[in-house]
Design a protein around this ligand. Sequence first.
Ligand SMILES: [Zn+2]
Ligand SMILES: [Zn+2]
Length: 271
Amino acid sequence: MQVDQVKKQLKALEAEVNSESDSGFVRIEFEQQSEITKNMSFTGGSGRIYVKPFTRLNKYEIALAGTAIEMYSFMRDLCGAECAGENHRGKTHPEPFWRVDDFEIVKKAVYHYARKPGTTRLAIETPVPQAMSEAPENADRETLVSWLAENERRASTLPESELFRRAAMSDAVARKVTLTGTAFIRNSYVAASAKKLANGVCDLCKEEAPFLSVNNEPYLESHHVEWLSHGGVDSIDNVVALCPNCHRKMHIRNDEADRNILIGRIGGRNY
Ligand SMILES: [Zn+2]
Ligand SMILES: [Zn+2]
């Protein structure tokens, strides 16, 4: 998480809040106190709310200064925890802070900070981003796939009501990114041979292929026991034919017991 990246996010948030300044929110002002300490804040509401990147843990730190401390219980409910610590501890005006990894929480905090006095917190409905962290830029396919999986895992830990609310607020248009990176051109003879040798039966579960392909062949997928991306070779001694379920299982779990079954299957082939 880069300081100037966070600065960009906060400037955008400032503009967003201010565009709604006649509908229950005061105008807020972004300030960058110090590039060295990464301190950035908003004024305009009661007191001051600091947001700074906590780069080591890739989190945002939100701190309440001055009369913004009135937001303490809101922040506690929002983050589900008492403050993680206090800046200026022991001084006359300690500033409680929370560290969060979701910019959505920063947004909610700033919107709450900017609400006009007398506005209830329930009136605040902030737009929800597609994902819980910024998508990697110029990623290769593998990086993107694991980023998507991690986002989904984190989404699944939300309380159901919040999860369903966010799902309902989806803008229904999946964003496209351009991927970089390389792909392996697998040997078609090797793949076709593995399927012939399997004879319509999955090399792992030994069940028949679940359906026929459009060419009326039992549908199986070729799989490299030692993955190509991990340095495995593209030869018949490393390739098996799996039903889609087992293939997915190998890519999700890659259990040693299953790998051993497949290695045994390769060793037992007669051709
Ligand atoms: Zn199977
Ligand atoms: Zn595979």
